[in-house]
Ligand binder design. Structure first.
Ligand SMILES: Nc1ncnc2c1ncn2[C@@H]1O[C@H](COP(=O)(O)OP(=O)(O)OP(=O)(O)O)[C@@H](O)[C@H]1O
Ligand SMILES: [Mg+2]
Length: 583
């Protein structure tokens, strides 16, 4: 047991801390505020407090817990709302009222709730780490697979079936004459990546329902992406759309220090949302982590690692998990604050020099893996993090460091947001290095994808190149071919890429509908070129009813769209034939 020697904001230095370890969790002062040892100097421990340190006095006790910052993993996670230290905000609110007291204790997984456990192994079976020994139907949408904890191997002596709470024994395993009791729950230290058997490249499309992602800049299962954007450009809405619609097994939302009311908003609206395929409540496949505004900024770091550890745990069951973090800039700012208090040599713009490696220690936990244990299975963690560069200046250190790590960039553009073109993802500066990783997926689904995508991107590129000329001479001075190109690129932008998160139908677009929409536009382009060649004027093309019909494609429900597209195509072909007859 040590004593407080000095307090400076979230930084606490404690004396007489011999025997403590770096990253050990300590309880500070009478209230037992949670802190993490981040450095040792002789008998002194440098501690990062994860709760407000106001009022702490020198000489108060500091107790080591012998543990590193860990999370509880087991049934009860789905639908939970936690703070960055995995305290259940719902349980805390019930116990202590809506204002959460410092040092308040709340277990992460409910202790009294009984879960229905169905074993998958029998007495006498040999089991080893990662094996699935049984299942719990945690929600209608997620089956919780109970795994042998890492480091445990042996022979099953006894396995139970029935209703158990997370602390009750469900199995006894013998190894070297010693008996180990297993429960539905296990723990894992958050800063240590969970082990796996093999690592694979990300592959397969993570379907998001957002056309500009799925079709243009795809995100692969196991990939890592960044969404940088200036103030109010749509970062939060984009991440919410992702966790809402992504066709993954489950999703984790980490709100690391965005405005308190914004977070409350998210949580409130999310608790009522339904999952599109099944109509079940979305929170049946969702975990929320939120740092409330009365927590110190440094706790943001904990929430990021708590979140990604939970993601890995479900990955290890063989699931595809998406984790979004809003916004990693707030976390980087916390590192800067801590670095300043530690009087470290600052790097660029005052951020500590290790910021890049800290960011990558988070993003690198994304991936597609072969899981440990039986049965053989693959799982993935996909990560998307928002970045909030001050003044929307992407050359600042957090954005730049993040771009070195991620393989997909969704760059939010202030001028698009100002024009209310949403999602304000720039088609000129965004990229995805996962095109190869999703090729097989798309080829099986829609063999025209690759070619159509490339054509559309080229048309948008050509439009950007023509812009300068248009500025100088005006659009009407352009040749007819180019006028048609501009008409087509406008269609791609407005009738395909633009997609309102708030439109009842358009909020989610299936990859099938997205493909048909874009092919309708490229078909319009091809047929109109033939029209031009057979003597039609651009005016007649611009004023054709087709232009209007294409602009309404978004409103047509996903399941009805194949028929609509068929009608549009025959109508377009019909008018070309008619035109040729006239000519
Ligand atoms: N996909 C979208 N569809 C429709 N409207 C959108 C979309 N994305 C953003 N918006 C509009 O932009 C507004 C701001 O979006 P949002 O709050 O996500 O921005 P932000 O980048 O998170 O802002 P901040 O920098 O304040 O965190 C929304 O309230 C909404 O009106
Ligand atoms: Mg936001």
């Amino acid at each position: 047991m040590g004593r407080i020697w000095r307090v400076s904001g979230p930084l606490v230095i404690a004396d007489d801390m011999k025997g403590t370890q770096v990253y050990e969790v300590v309880e500070i002062g009478e209230q037992g505020i949670v802190g993490e040892v981040i450095g040792l100097e002789g008998n002194k421990a440098v501690i990062q407090a994860h709760e407000d340190t106001l009022g702490l006095r020198t000489g108060e006790d500091v107790k080591g817990t012998g543990k590193t910052l860990s999370v509880e993993l087991g049934p009860g996670l789905m639908g939970a709302i936690y703070d960055g230290l995995q305290k259940s905000l719902l349980a805390l609110a019930e116990n202590t009222g809506s204002f959460i007291k410092r040092g308040a204790k709340a277990v992460a997984l409910p202790r009294d709730k009984k879960w229905q456990f169905t074993p998958k192994v029998q007495a006498g079976d040999k089991i080893s780490e990662g094996d699935i020994i049984g299942t719990v139907p945690e929600t209608e949408l997620v089956e919780h697979r109970i795994m042998v904890p890492i480091g445990v191997n042996g022979t099953v002596k006894e396995i139970r079936e029935g209703d158990y709470s997370v602390e009750e024994t469900i199995a006894r395993v013998e190894h070297d004459g010693k008996i180990r009791e297993l429960t539905l729950m296990q723990e894992w230290p958050v800063r240590k990546p969970r082990p796996y058997k093999d690592r694979f490249d990300p592959s397969g499309l993570l379907t998001t329902g957002m056309r500009i992602l799925d079709y243009m800049f795809p995100l692969a299962l196991g990939g890592k992406a960044s969404i940088p954007g200036g103030f109010g450009t749509g970062k939060t809405v984009a991440l919410q759309q992702l966790v809402r619609w992504a066709q993954t097994d489950l999703n984790i939302y980490v709100g690391c220090g965005e405005r308190g009311n914004e977070m409350a908003d998210v949580l409130y609206s999310f608790r009522k949302l339904k999952e599109p395929k099944t109509g079940r409540l979305l929170l049946e496949k969702e975990i929320f982590l939120a740092n409330t505004s009365n927590m110190p900024v440094v706790a943001r770091e904990a929430s990021i690692f708590v979140g990604v550890t939970m993601a890995e745990y479900f990955r290890d069951m063989g699931y595809d998990v998406l984790l979004v973090a809003d916004s990693t800039s707030r976390w980087a700012e916390a590192m800067r604050e801590m670095g300043g208090r530690l009087e470290e040599m600052p790097g660029e713009e005052g951020f500590p020099s290790y910021m890049g490696s800290r960011l990558s220690s988070f993003y690198e936990r994304a991936g597609m893996v072969g899981c440990l244990g039986n049965p053989t299975r693959r799982g993935s963690v996909t990560v998307a993090g928002a970045v909030s560069p001050p003044g929307a200046d992407f050359s600042e250190p957090v954005t730049q460091n993040t771009l070195r790590i991620v393989d997909a960039l969704y760059a939010l553009d202030v001028s698009l947001a100002n024009k209310r073109h949403f999602p304000a993802i720039s088609w000129l500066t965004s990229y995805s290095l996962y095109v190869d990783a999703v090729r097989d997926w798309w080829n099986e689904f829609d063999p025209a994808w690759e070619e159509t995508r490339a054509r559309a991107l080229k048309i948008l590129q050509q439009e950007a190149e023509l812009e300068e000329i248009v500025r100088l001479v005006g659009p009407e001075a352009l040749p007819e071919e180019d006028k048609l190109l501009l008409l087509t690129s406008r269609m791609i932008r407005e009738d395909f890429l633009q997609q309102s998160a708030y439109h009842e139908v358009d909020t989610y677009c299936t990859p099938g509908k997205a493909g048909l929409m874009l092919r309708t536009i490229t078909k319009f382009y091809d047929l109109s070129r033939e029209m031009l060649n057979s003597g039609a004027g651009i005016e007649s093309i611009r004023s054709s009813p087709m232009v209007y019909k294409i602009s309404r494609m978004k409103d047509i429900p996903n399941e009805d769209f194949a028929q609509t597209a068929g009608e549009l195509w025959s109508e377009m072909e019909g008018s070309l034939v008619a035109r040729k007859r006239v000519a």
